[in-house]
Design a protein around this ligand. Structure first.
Ligand code: GLY
Length: 315
């Protein structure tokens, strides 16, 4: 058995490339890196890698993480700049016994010294969107923050090993040095090859209050199906957060178990991509349903066309 699940429609082309690898018996680690690099490289995705929207100073600061579910090795970067593929840096860092989570200048310097591709990650389009938002904020004092679309990928290979990765340019207009959940173990991602893995997307500040990726893996370890684990962790936490913190940002979680069975839960409209040995690669849409359940439907061509038009619309 092999399988892969990834957050958002934006991950689908990467999933298609990674699926070829998994079918050819490649490692889940290569599959995760391949899928995420495809998202990082595509200039029209505004929340990951090249083309990602910058912080309030106009700098694209990126977060990424990589975890090997066999050994529990983790590598992560936060606030890294001018590097084409933060996921590859995170993966390499996962082999370091010490200093495996680097931030800011230390992360960027590590990547440069290790020979990773240097790249100005601010596209003209992202710069224009940033300038426009600065003007809007000055004119109307609006809150610049919203949910966030991280790419998160969980993969299972034919050797029955698992890996997970995340990559994000973080909240648009974030303060310099702000870090979300994506590089944080347990919050943005977690995987154990003997159980399964999970990854998160959404408002990092709220996701890290619940350590939801770890919680989903823990629940799967207790015998819940991936879907039941996602539903219980996500909707249970949302309820507790609303009661005790007063509100809950947008968040969505994906999970895959060691048998290639998957699940998702979300408190907003959420798209995701799946491919397994038993299931054709496809994009689905998830929405919160009644009684703490998730309603999952195939994506429509109409939605895909509107999405394509929206991400490429003139600024
Ligand atoms: N979930 C990504 C972030 O909040 O930065």
């Amino acid at each position: 058995m092999w399988g892969m699940i990834a957050t958002w429609r934006m991950a689908h082309d990467g999933v298609l490339a990674a699926k070829e690898l998994l079918e050819g018996q490649a490692s889940c680690k290569d599959a995760v890196e391949t899928a995420i690099k495809a998202v990082e490289d595509y200039p029209f995705y505004k929340s990951v890698g090249y083309g990602g929207l910058p912080n309030e100073r106009g700098i694209v600061e990126m977060d990424a993480a990589f975890m090997d579910g066999e050994t529990f090795k983790i590598g992560a970067v936060a606030g890294i700049t001018d590097v084409a593929n933060p996921i590859s840096v995170a993966r390499q860092l996962s082999d370091e016994k010490f200093n495996s989570f680097r931030v800011g200048q230390g992360a960027t310097e590590y990547a440069m010294l290790a020979g990773f591709e240097r790249k100005n990650m601010l596209t003209d389009r992202a710069k224009k969107i940033w300038e426009k938002r600065l003007a809007e904020i000055a004119a109307s004092n609006l809150d610049p923050y919203d949910g966030h679309d991280t790419v998160g990928v969980v993969a299972l290979d034919t050797q029955q090993q698992m890996a997970v990765g995340t990559s994000s340019s973080g909240l648009f207009m974030k303060k310099q040095g702000r870090v979300g959940d994506s590089p944080l173990s347990g919050s943005g991602f977690y995987v154990d090859s003997t159980i399964g893995g999970a990854a998160a997307t959404g408002l990092g500040e709220d996701l890290m209050k619940g350590c939801l990726s770890y919680e989903i893996v823990r629940l799967m370890g207790e015998g819940l199906s991936p879907q039941a684990a996602c539903d219980r962790a996500v909707y249970g936490f949302e309820e507790r957060l609303r009661k005790r913190y007063g509100k809950a940002g947008a968040f969505s979680l994906i999970a895959l178990d060691k048998n290639g069975v998957w699940g998702v839960a979300t408190n907003v409209e959420f798209t995701f991509s799946v491919a397994t040995a038993d299931q054709e690669a496809a994009i689905y849409m998830a929405n919160p349903g009644p009684d703490q359940t998730t309603v999952i439907t195939p994506i429509t061509q109409e939605w895909l066309d509107a999405y394509e038009a929206r991400i490429k619309a003139p600024v």
